[in-house]
Design a protein around this ligand. Structure first.
Ligand SMILES: Nc1ncnc2c1ncn2[C@@H]1O[C@H](COP(=O)(O)OP(=O)(O)OP(=O)(O)O)[C@@H](O)[C@H]1O
Ligand SMILES: [Mg+2]
Length: 1236
């Protein structure tokens, strides 16, 4: 069953056993693809012969595929029909593609040249060769079309240059092309167009070099050929004004245009082309005056052709119609008589012994007169053409400095006519020279280069046409041109005598295998075929000089333009022979070859499939002949054996150093060795198969173009990768920055308000300094000292009532709460009685509620100015009693039982700037009445289960927790995974600011790229010490370690689970202190690893005593300098406490991305402090509270804390997870209840 292409239709599965199971799925679109005929690159031909090449070309041509490669050489077979393959879409499809990515096309050649110029900064040239009508001019136009389309053009001057370059085609085709038997648009001159580009690859100018116009065509053509197109365009298309001015008629009216009986050509619309020409002139910037002058010259030529001579009886010529010469005189702005005389006579000057003699007017016969007339016409046209080319060059002059050039050479093709004369000799000679370049560059030089570069290579035989070039151009022994020059010089007066002299001189060449003298003819065996040349008239054509009379006529003309066309008049006294036509063509061919040799060539070899301009006839014989003489077979052989690409090590390194990490770092060239070693390293590092490349002596050779394209692709990708990496690093950096900012903000938000309260609490604990036993409850968790528990300073009805009772308005409440005041009753033992306590910066207010009438009334019982308070007394047990020792007064010293006595004491100290004494003792003295002192003693009594019991000056209380107990941390939050700040490997641990780890590679030093022209290798010892080299040299052995210093050791008091950058600690771990930071985090070292740890988890391990020290004296019981209270200057009076500890804060943070380190949960809290200034970016704790050290004195202002019990306020939102605020509220409630 035949396999079906229909989708969905079941196809019989292939037998399972056949082959491996992983076969790429077939693409159904394949069936729709146009099948390529033959091979697109003939280096892939299985047999290499002229016939197989021909077969392949025929298959492709018949299949409308006119282009085929031999390596990088494009073979183009003229289709003689429009294939629709030069559209904008097709052009764009070749843009940026390498040759192998797309089917062969002239656009691919243009793209390659343009790309190479841009990438390698080399001048490029495209050499188009082939016989007349094979498609050279078409190909050249397509190259220009492509380059104009792809070469950018941001400003108008670039577009202007492009337009001009494209406009040169119709202009120069009109003046330089003609219909011949072989080609309706045959180029009758050679043209080398160079487009100059700036460093951005934009065209900034252009220049045309013109080669040998076939001027003989102006005055006559063989049957069925035409004069230059412009004459037909002009005579058919000129407007009435021009017709009037130049007496213009149709082409049939003029001898020059009508004699060959070909006025119209099917494929040509002369009138349309005339308009194109005018448009092109406009684009190029020819002024009206210049255009008019050009048309005047054309008219002069046309009219000159119509000057007819009659033979008079004496055999001399007479002008048949002087009206014509009169009109010519009018056009030339010369005297009619002069024109007439010049046309019919010649001035002859006798010479005697080198001295000038008499001057005679010699009448001419009609043939001589016609010849003189034609000479003038030819000279005017030739000079006009050269003027136009020069004028075009002026317009296309580079606007700015140019970096590189792409040249396109479109020269007349090899010609063999029935009668071949001097023109054909010149044309074929130039073609020989071009073939020489092709051989030189693709065959000979290539093979010589392999030998020179010591590359393994099998030589290929080919025909080198240098022998034919020498035959034509050699000076010694004289070649054809030299012989012709000699003949022209010796017999200058008589053309036929000169021709004879030439025949004789040519006989000397008869020994040359490529030359055969045949009487009045001679045969040259050109690379492209044997051509028989006719000698007659050759020496005259070679002489290429106007006779003096004609030059005098021009000189006498009043037309300035005509003067411009003939700028130099040969000096009749000069001994130097003026350059002949063969001298000129030889000189310009040599200049062309030299120019082309300096550029990177691309070749297009055009083939003409038939002589009939047929789109279906494939003339095998003719094509085989072209295949042979174009040397395609040898071309394939050399290509197969050779290397597709080579370049100097310097250029290779310059182009591809990015591809190896050994030669590049961050886009910089870092290779220290020679370009050769760098180049080899690159080729090795890119993983290219060894057989694909060879290192020569100065160049590296790459065998297949695919390899070069692969290198180019890698290079392209490098930039993409680099860009992606930079983008990724930048994104990572931004993410990192934002995350850091977020974490800092979050932490700050969580802590800023609570910090103040936490500071006061810490201060409170410090003033007690571990001298008072602690209540078990107060160890449950941390509680912040929020001060104004009754909201006297805030907005609450009750608080405001109390405030008004106190009678102050502007004082700030530092503390308020319930308490029990020890009230002595007459003759009865004292008893605690509930009171409200309010503390401001001025005084302590004691308020009591009394029965009044049916209800109660709160009254101010006592106001004690702070200035009268001398001391504060607290017991060393866990009770809640506090004595305020004041100046003696009637009321005595208040003895209070206050649940928040530590907070009260701290507030008092803070408000008095620690000026009052704090006593912690088992028995406290207080003034009972003015002078009467009393004591209150504290005793342990384990039978007291709740609180403490006062009776008869004794307070009994059960044992509390040890004085130095630390509160237990808040309940641990559920651990969450730590989210890293950055992902990927682009930012190192610790973030961008952390110092690089010693293992990170040193950044290599950038090197200057090797100069491509100078092959001097980069010396590895030159310049400053290269970093990479330094890195390679072995480091000196480290000095012996110094004696172990006596480092302070710390012990972990609690386990701590560290994150990145932190030190995890087990309880009792011993760590070494590396650095203390005043943000509460210390850098410690354990087992050689450093990390940050909270300092309040650490306790100093006392150094081992060297000798037993004497026990320190006991501290004095009396006044002990109190620690300085924390500075509350940052305190915001209205701030609501939010959360002091990260654990709580994190719980408040509803964002799922909370990144607070979970390891801090359940840890004893460090004391709040400013953030560490140079925090390690990752893993460091921003602003961990500070422990130890002397807290600054708080300012008098107070935080306006919301009461804990209130349902509104900053604490409300705190969830229970943290626990301690609810606990604090509960405790406060309980205390108040007790007080009541
Ligand atoms: N690629 C092509 N597609 C279609 N037609 C083409 C193509 N190339 C050439 N031709 C046809 O062949 C004719 C001759 O081509 P062209 O003028 O380029 O030949 P040439 O090689 O420049 O000849 P000469 O040496 O006489 O100047 C063109 O006028 C055109 O009609
Ligand atoms: Mg041409």
């Amino acid at each position: 069953m035949a396999p079906s292409k229909k989708a969905g239709k079941k196809v019989t599965p292939a037998k399972k056993a056949a082959g491996p199971s992983k076969v790429a799925k077939a693409d159904w679109k394949e069936g729709f693809k146009k099948k390529q005929a033959g091979v697109s690159d003939m280096t892939l031909l299985t047999t290499i012969s002229n016939e197989s090449i021909n077969d392949n070309l025929q298959k492709r041509w018949t299949n409308a595929e006119i282009y085929t490669y031999i390596g990088s050489v494009l073979i183009s077979v003229n289709p003689f029909r429009d294939l629709g393959i030069y559209t904008e879409a097709i052009l764009q499809s070749y843009k940026g593609k390498n040759r192998l990515e797309m089917p062969p096309h002239v656009f691919a050649i243009a793209e390659t040249a343009y790309y190479n110029m841009q990438s390698y900064k080399d001048n490029q040239c495209v050499i188009i060769s082939g016989e007349s009508g094979a498609g050279k001019t078409e190909a050249a136009k397509r190259i220009m079309q492509y380059i104009a389309a792809v070469s950018g053009g941001r400003d108008s001057s670039i577009q202007e240059i492009k337009d001009m370059v494209l406009a040169t085609n119709p202009l120069l085709e009109s003046f330089g092309c003609a219909k011949t038997l072989r080609n309706d648009n045959s180029s009758r001159h050679g043209k080398y167009l160079e487009i100059m580009f700036n460093s951005h690859g934009e065209p900034v100018g252009a220049q045309i070099t013109n080669y040998l116009l076939e001027k003989g065509r102006v005055v006559g053509q063989i049957e069925n050929e035409r004069d230059f197109h412009i004459f037909y365009q002009f005579t058919k298309g000129a407007d009435d004004n021009q017709r009037e001015m130049f007496g213009l008629q149709g082409p049939e009216a003029y001898a020059y245009t009508s004699r060959s009986n070909c006025l119209d050509v099917d494929s040509i619309n002369d009138v349309a082309d005339w308009n194109e020409t005018l448009k092109a002139m406009q684009i190029i910037g020819l002024t009206e005056a210049e255009q008019s002058n050009i048309f005047r010259m054309l008219a002069i030529i046309l009219w000159l052709g119509n000057v007819q001579f009659e033979e008079m009886d004496d055999g001399n010529a007479r002008i048949a119609d002087t009206g014509v010469t009169d009109f010519i005189a009018y056009l030339m702005e010369a005297e009619a008589a002069t024109v007439e005389k010049v046309m019919t006579t010649r001035v002859v000057e006798t010479q005697r012994g080198g001295r000038r003699g008499s001057v005679y007017d010699v009448p001419l016969n009609p043939a001589q007169a016609s010849s003189g007339r034609d000479a003038l016409s030819k000279a005017i046209y030739n000079n006009l053409f050269e003027w136009i080319v020069a004028r075009v060059n002026v317009s296309m002059k580079p606007r700015t400095a140019h970096a590189n050039v792409i040249g396109v050479l479109d020269i007349y093709g090899f010609e063999i006519f029935q009668h071949n004369s001097f023109e054909q000799l010149c044309i074929n000679y130039v073609n020989e020279k071009l073939q020489q370049i092709f051989i030189e560059l693709t065959l000979k030089t290539e093979q010589e280069e392999y030998v020179r570069e010591k590359i393994k290579w099998t030589p290929i035989n080919y025909f080198n046409n240098k022998v034919v070039c020498d035959l034509i151009e050699e000076k010694r022994p004289p070649g054809i041109f030299a012989a012709l020059n000699d003949a022209t010089a010796t017999a200058h007066a008589d053309p036929s005598a000169a021709d004879n002299s030439f025949v004789q001189r040519l006989s000397a060449l008869s020994s040359n295998a490529h030359f055969e003298p045949r009487g009045a003819q001679f045969l040259v065996k050109h690379y492209a075929g044997d051509v028989m040349y006719e000698i007659s008239g050759m020496s005259d054509k070679n002489k290429d000089a106007l006779i003096k009379d004609l030059l005098d006529l021009v000189a006498s003309s009043g037309n300035e333009f005509l003067q411009v066309l003939f700028p130099d008049r040969p000096d009749p006294n000069s001994k130097k022979r003026p350059p002949t036509a063969s001298d000129k063509i030889k000189g310009s061919a040599a200049a062309l070859v030299e120019n082309l040799m300096k550029s990177q060539p691309s070749y297009i070899r055009t083939i003409k499939p038939n002589q009939n301009r047929s789109s279906s006839e494939y003339d095998t014989k003719a094509i085989l002949h072209q295949i042979k003489y174009l040397g395609l077979q040898e071309n394939i052989r050399v290509r197969r054996a050779g290397f597709a690409y080579r370049n100097t090590f310097e250029k290779m390194v310059e182009r591809f150093y990015l591809l190896s990490p050994a030669t590049s770092y961050a886009g910089e060239y870092i290779w220290q060795g020679s370009p050769q070693s760098g180049c080899e390293r690159i080729l090795k590092d890119t993983g290219i198969a060894k057989e694909e490349w060879q290192m020569g002596v100065t160049k590296a050779f790459i065998k297949n173009p695919e390899t070069l394209f692969a290198l180019e692709t890698m290079r392209d990708r490098y930039w993409h990768n680099m860009a992606a990496r930079i983008q990724r690093a930048w994104r990572n950096y931004m993410r990192y920055k934002h995350e850091c900012a977020r974490r800092i903000q979050r932490f700050w938000k969580n802590n800023k308000e609570g910090l103040v309260y936490a500071q006061i609490r810490d201060y409170g604990h410090q003033i007690l300094a571990g001298r008072k036993e602690r209540r078990r409850f107060s160890l449950l968790s941390y509680r912040r000292f929020m001060g104004d528990y009754l909201v006297v300073g805030g907005k609450s009805a009750f608080g405001e009532t109390l405030k008004s009772i106190c009678g102050f308005t502007s004082e700030t409440v530092a503390f308020s709460g319930r308490a029990q005041l020890l009230v002595s009753k007459l003759a009865r033992s004292s008893k605690p009685s509930p009171r409200y306590l309010v503390l401001t910066e001025k005084a302590v207010y004691i308020l009591m509620t009394v029965q009044k009438d049916a209800g109660t009334q709160t009254v101010l019982e006592r106001k004690i100015p702070l200035s009268v308070i001398r001391g504060i007394g607290l017991s060393n047990l866990r009770d809640d009693w506090i004595v305020l020792n004041c100046n003696p007064s009637e009321e005595g010293d208040p003895v209070l039982s206050c649940y928040f006595k530590t907070e009260l004491a701290a507030a008092l100290l803070r408000l008095t700037n620690a000026a009052i004494n704090l006593v912690v003792a088992p028995s406290l003295e207080y003034g009972k009445k003015k002078e009467k002192k009393a004591q209150i003693t504290f005793q342990k009594d384990e039978t007291v289960t709740r609180g403490d019991v006062y009776k008869s000056h004794t307070v009994r209380v059960s044992s509390g927790e040890p004085p130095n107990s630390l509160s237990r941390p808040p309940a641990k939050r559920k651990a969450v995974a730590v989210r890293p700040i950055t992902q990927g490997k682009l930012l190192k641990k610790g973030g961008p600011s952390s110092s690089s780890s010693p293992s990170s590679a040193a950044k290599p030093k950038a090197q200057g790229l090797p100069k491509s022209k100078v092959s001097k290798p980069v010396s590895s010892t030159s310049g400053s010490t290269p970093i990479a080299a330094a890195a390679r040299t072995r480091a000196p052995p480290p000095p012996p370690p110094p004696e172990e210093p006596d480092v302070p050791m710390y012990k972990a008091k609690f386990p701590f689970e560290g994150q990145e950058g932190e030190m995890s600690l087990a309880k009792d771990d011993l760590v070494e202190l590396v650095q203390k930071d005043d943000n509460g985090w210390w850098l410690v070292k354990k087992n050689g690893v450093e990390g940050w740890a909270p300092n309040n988890y650490l306790e100093l391990v006392p150094p081992k005593p060297k000798a037993a020290p004497a026990p320190p004296p006991p501290p004095p019981v009396t006044r002990r300098p109190p620690p300085v209270a924390p500075d509350s200057s940052t305190n915001n009076g209205h701030a609501k406490p939010v959360a002091v500890f990260p654990g709580i804060a994190a719980a408040m943070d509803s964002s799922p991305g909370n990144s607070r380190p979970s390891s801090l949960h359940g840890k004893p809290p460090p004391i709040a402090a400013k953030p560490k200034p140079n925090v390690p970016a990752v893993g460091a704790k921003p602003g961990v509270p500070k422990a130890g050290g002397r807290p600054p004195v708080p300012a008098a202002s107070r935080p306006a804390a919301a009461p804990v019990a209130r349902t509104t306020g900053g604490v409300r939102g705190v969830p229970a997870a943290g626990g301690q605020l609810d606990l604090a509220a509960a405790l406060a409630k309980r205390a108040n209840k007790q007080a009541e």
